[in-house]
Ligand binder design. Structure first.
Ligand SMILES: Nc1nc2c(c(=O)[nH]1)N[C@H]1C(S)=C(S)[C@@H](COP(=O)(O)O)O[C@H]1N2
Ligand SMILES: [Mo]
Length: 260
């Protein structure tokens, strides 16, 4: 008997917060996050009544389940609960590099001509130069980055809380999504509640040094409540919207909310 997955994602999503402390546990979260998408075709047929030999029907049913997971996860998101922080001595200096391409293809961004472009539901949409961005009030965090590929690492990042920036530019904080575009063609987006979380930062530095090119110079989103692929590097544009923006890996099957 196929049981609709009505309570399971709630438990799975509520659990990870404490589990983020060790890499073994981090792997467990990743498994949990992705098990949610692992319905068998048989279960899917029973759930949806669609013909599983019809691939587009299966795909749209899967998309439906994934969107349903996104909504459920968003509903149980606690905007005030903080992810664990660590002593600075635990921050790894030689941080692991990851992207969908190798280190020899890392985008090289010119600081003088760099601009952060703004669009969508924002009152003040003028582009920001790097000089402007560096004037913003900065804070640091020592948190764990968890990559879905099975590794995690503690790092220290410094930058402006995204909510400070969103207020500064007059973003519509009642909108649903904040989206990001990157110099390498990568893109991602997050829900507004997660964008306003106090530990969600636009960062300029890692280990007290301006981000090296491989780590996203000049601008990287650091969002410790979500998996690594929701931490875009080399950000060149940000927008606020009510239309679902998706993301590079998210559009290739990874769960969109991907967080706690
Ligand atoms: N623009 C861009 N941002 C990206 C990626 C990418 O390929 N392009 N990869 C993501 C993934 S999967 C991870 S784990 C982290 C890795 O960041 P790091 O190199 O600082 O460890 O960047 C994320 N941000
Ligand atoms: Mo990742």
């Amino acid at each position: 008997m196929a049981e609709p997955p009505s309570t399971k994602p709630l438990r799975d999503s509520a659990a990870p917060r404490e589990l983020l402390r060790t890499s073994g546990d981090a792997r467990q979260i990743e498994r949990r996050l992705f098990l949610k998408q692992g319905l068998s075709l048989g279960a899917l047929t029973l759930l949806t009544g669609c013909d599983v030999t019809d691939t587009s029907a299966v795909q749209s049913a899967l998309d439906g389940v994934s969107r349903w997971n996104d909504r459920t996860q968003a509903l149980i998101f606690n905007p005030h609960r903080l992810m664990p922080t660590y002593p600075e001595s635990e921050a790894v200096k030689d941080f692991r590099y990851n992207a969908y391409f190798g280190q020899n293809q890392v985008p090289k961004i010119d600081s003088a001509s760099y601009k952060l472009n703004l669009s969508g539901l924002i009152d003040r949409r003028a582009a920001w130069t790097l000089q402007d961005l560096y004037q913003l009030p900065q804070e640091s965090q020592v948190t764990r980055h968890v990559c879905v590929e099975g590794w995690s690492m503690i790092g220290k990042w410094t930058g402006v809380p995204l909510r400070t920036f969103l207020r500064r530019i007059g973003a519509d904080l009642t909108a649903k999504y904040v989206g990001f575009e990157c110099a390498d063609g990568y893109y991602s987006s997050i829900d507004m509640a997660s964008a306003l979380h106090p530990q969600t930062f636009l960062t300029f530095k890692i280990s007290d040094e301006i981000l090296a090119s491989r780590y996203g110079y000049p601008l990287k989103l650091r969002i410790p409540t979500k998996l690594g692929f929701k931490n875009p590097k080399w950000i060149t544009a940000m927008f606020v919207t009510n239309r679902f923006p998706g993301g590079f890996w998210e559009d290739r099957g990874y769960n969109w909310f991907a967080g706690v």
